[in-house]
Design a protein around this ligand. Sequence first.
Ligand SMILES: CC(C)(COP(=O)(O)OP(=O)(O)OC[C@H]1O[C@@H](n2cnc3c(N)ncnc32)[C@H](O)[C@@H]1OP(=O)(O)O)[C@@H](O)C(=O)NCCC(=O)NCCS
Length: 164
Amino acid sequence: MRLRNVEPGDVEAYVRMRCDPAMMAELGGPLPAEGMADKVRLDVERTAADDWWVRMIVPDGAGPEVVAGTVTLWPHEEDGERITEIGWMVLPEFQGRGLAKRAVGEVLEAAGADGRWGRVHAFPGATNGASNALCRSLGFELLGDREVVFAGRVLRTNHWVIEP
Ligand SMILES: CC(C)(COP(=O)(O)OP(=O)(O)OC[C@H]1O[C@@H](n2cnc3c(N)ncnc32)[C@H](O)[C@@H]1OP(=O)(O)O)[C@@H](O)C(=O)NCCC(=O)NCCS
């Protein structure tokens, strides 16, 4: 697989990832499709400015328009403290092939080389078997459980952290 930056043409991929009940089962349920064009526009701007890293996963042998999933690295405030968070999604037909693990591993390596992100936090849903396995397998440390707000909804999550 390879990673490329999010582009304006990725609205359909966002809708498939964020507006689908199965994809969003561990993230508080599907989001409204109307918000996705604005979300893509914002993510393209943030990534172009190098403030956020929104990378799209392109499977081996496919053109750049084929999206298997996404990895996002972004800074934000959590309990008054500035932290770096990472999140990921892989579409159902591409799951179970190690794509999320490779893509998240690459983004963490790039974050370590870049040097300005500090420790990277992840908050997968407490019952999200694949994402918790991914954190464990990439060497994140489990700090405990935590309620977090994602897209305006409160989720029960596990709090993982890694020094990339
Ligand atoms: C979570 C998700 C990204 C995993 O993507 P994937 O490409 O299938 O994951 P990988 O193939 O790289 O596997 C990652 C690890 O999870 C494990 N795993 C995969 N599916 C699993 C499952 N259903 N239950 C438990 N572990 C699982 C793999 O064995 C692997 O662990 P290992 O390295 O110890 O072998 C994907 O299922 C997804 O997008 N789900 C919906 C959205 C979501 O939950 N996003 C995460 C928000 S934090």
